[in-house]
Design a binder for this molecule. Structure first.
Ligand SMILES: NC(=O)c1ccc[n+]([C@@H]2O[C@H](COP(=O)([O-])OP(=O)(O)OC[C@H]3O[C@@H](n4cnc5c(N)ncnc54)[C@H](OP(=O)(O)O)[C@@H]3O)[C@@H](O)[C@H]2O)c1
Length: 283
């Protein structure tokens, strides 16, 4: 490889939620560095990134990650086309103002924000192991909440948007830590990134939260980082040589940050894993 060769030329990267916001910025940056990028979206969004980066190796996978059947179909297509996967960026995220159920009967924030990365990652472990050293980056958030294991599906409590969103995103941390433990010694690392608060359309497509971000944008949008700036935090974990071999961490802006106490409890992490395996019928 000479100095002109893009650094990720032989790398295959999958990014969920890649058509907008942070996911799009990450996908475009990886494509700009020469990676083959597998964009998982609910709609076509590939051409813009191809045009912007001049990289023809962009593949589009259309999947609604609220549906476990769609996730299984997506993983099967990826495994069929690629026997190696160097990077998995679980970026998908959304929020809902009221309790809604996925096609599998699961509260939507839990289904999309936690169970989708859980199931997709598990179904892609073979190509990740085959590509080792490989990296998994889960995009989490920082919300002061706790996992209510007795009612993960919001059947007994009044639904609260921020608590449901926060709980599902806390799931990303529990998942990351347990995943890293299970993958120890495999050459596949798993870390969680808090990308900071940035300009967003989160929950705008089907969660009716678009108005919220429009108000935020009107009031303080100018002061918030762009998705491209936030993407640097994800890209650090995904591609920086300094992160080679480092696993089981929670990072923001290139530095480890403290994880909520509950997610540092190995028994709680294992418990969520087992419950998630039940929800997704993972053997
Ligand atoms: N924005 C912030 O300040 C902030 C702070 C901390 C963490 N985060 C995290 O950053 C990540 C990206 O958020 P963002 O702000 O960039 O939001 P965004 O612009 O709304 O992007 C979210 C992406 O997820 C996709 N998505 C949502 N539901 C989906 C589904 N059922 N199936 C397939 N794709 C689906 C969206 O696709 P559509 O375009 O089709 O809806 C979109 O591409 C999320 O995990 C979020 O929790 C954001």
């Amino acid at each position: 490889m000479d100095d002109q060769t893009p650094p990720l030329i032989d790398r295959i990267a999958l990014v969920t939620g890649a058509n907008s916001g942070l996911g799009r910025a990450v996908a475009e940056a990886l494509a700009g560095q020469g990676a083959t990028v597998l964009m998982v979206c609910r709609n076509a969004a590939r051409d813009g990134i191809m045009a912007a980066t001049g990289n023809p190796h962009i593949q589009l996978f259309v999947a609604d990650l609220a549906s476990q059947a769609a996730i299984r179909g997506l993983a099967a297509q990826v495994r069929e086309r690629f026997d190696r996967l160097h990077l998995l960026i679980n970026n998908v995220g959304t929020a809902f103002p009221a309790r809604r159920l996925s096609p599998d009967g699961i509260e939507m924030a839990l289904a999309v924000n936690h169970l989708a990365p859980f199931l997709l990652t598990n179904l892609l472990l073979d190509p990740l192991r085959g590509a080792a050293p490989a990296r998994i980056v889960n995009v989490g958030t920082r919300i002061n909440t706790a996992m209510d294991f007795s009612d993960l599906n919001w059947e007994r409590r009044p639904y609260r948007l921020m608590q449901a969103y926060g709980q599902s995103k806390l799931g990303n941390l529990h998942f990351t830590f347990e995943l890293a433990r299970r993958l120890a010694g495999s050459g596949v690392t798993a870390n969680c990134c808090f990308p900071g608060v940035f300009r967003s359309n989160l929950g705008g497509t089907d969660g009716a939260q678009g108005w919220f971000w429009r108000v935020v944008d009107r009031l303080v949008g100018w002061a918030l980082p762009t998705p491209e700036q936030a993407a640097r935090r994800v890209l650090y974990l995904a591609t920086d040589p300094a992160m080679a071999g480092i696993t089981g961490g929670y990072y923001s802006d290139r530095k480890p940050i403290p994880a909520p106490a509950q997610s540092q409890d190995a028994a709680a992490n294992q418990r969520l894993w087992e419950i998630s395996a039940g929800f997704t019928r993972l053997a």
